[in-house]
Design a protein. Sequence first.
Length: 473
Amino acid sequence: MIPSATNTFSTVRKVFSLTCGLLVLSGWLAQAEEPGVIQVGTAAVVITPPLGTPMAGYYSARGSEGVIDDLYVKAMVLDDGQTQVALVSCDLISLPATVVRAAREKIASQTSMPGDHVLISATHTHTGPALRRGSKRDELDGGASDLAQQYTNSLPEKIAQVVAEAFKKRTPCRLAFARQEEHELSFCRRFWMKDGSVGWNPGKLNPNIIRPINPIDPEVLVLYVETLKSEPVAAYVNFALHCDTVGGTLISADYPGVLAKRLAEYKGPQFVTLFGNGTCGDINHINVHWKDRQKGPEEAGRIGTILAGDVMKALMKLQAVTDNRLAVRREIVPLPLAPITEEDVKRAKEIIAQGSKAKFLEQVFAYKVLDVADRNGQPLEAEVQVITLGRDVAWVALPGEIFVDLGLSIKAVSPFRQTFVVELANGSLGYIPNRSAYAEGQYEVVSARCAEGSGEMLVNAAQRLLAEVYGGE
């Protein structure tokens, strides 16, 4: 029996449709299996506070009087098909743990991502808003004001909003990583002096300086994201440098804001740059051997532009991420409190009563003592979070202003090819010096709420978590 023309056409059409379907499926599978391909989404939301909002960063109150450049919260969501994580960077001086917890809860309810899979860090700009932290200093710098309270209360929703937007915008992308070294922007701010003392920011061209106590971390680390059509999407940049170059009473994202603008000029206005500050508790931008003034928007412009150039140099050395499997680990480390006495508490209250007449280090001591006393002996809860991408890239998030030696130690023991160590992440416990600094004293040690050895406890926890993930791959 000879088949009809209609039946023959129907058969051919079915075969053609099946063949096309197999080709499409084959192409999708090839794309899914391509090394380094992962779903990525990014987003940015303005978080510039209203004028008059108290500004953070110093032991005095000052209200914002204008805006140099907007502040942002930015998010990058990574999804390997089984695990989702979010990297969030906020143009703020720090993030109270209460804000982080509330933001994570909202993110978990708005996406399929667990809150613990979100890394939320602050760039540490000193020209952003004061937040309510639950510290005795809130009364001093305006953190206890209604404006600061309202702003602080608004942050969890804005952080959740930007993560949810990034989550919805996920698309197949390729990732690559690179590093560049920069030795001319960051400097240790603690010095051995000729009289045997430790100098803290001892002034430019000071003839009594012998040498800096600690090294710097010169690494400019970059994670670069592009579409499968090689269109630029975003970068995560990590560099250890205190973010306090602008000063004054005008809102500014400081040098990370300039960095983001320069990279957007190079890669296109759609390009999103997230900045995670490295361990820079004892590192700033002041070159004591250079006579020029280093304060103001122009200094932020200088540093941000040079840092952007370093990133552009790093982009010529990109190494493709070949394993896109994500993993997350987290540990809460109880840190012992700085030792105080009843006499210390009495003296602290007397110093506070003096107001602005009290000397700077006396104020630093007093607010530290009262914050420690309020804990009634309960240790500080420090979250150490590790996020990894195959065996290529790792992030270690630490909740405080961490001394550079501690970050360098984590990088030294990390088995991953590139390790971003991000401070002021998932909360802030203030300064966390390395062990030897406690005997040396000076500002950061006087301010530290945690006891000697706390920083090394964080390093040990990070090492355990990194080894656990790497060994389990």
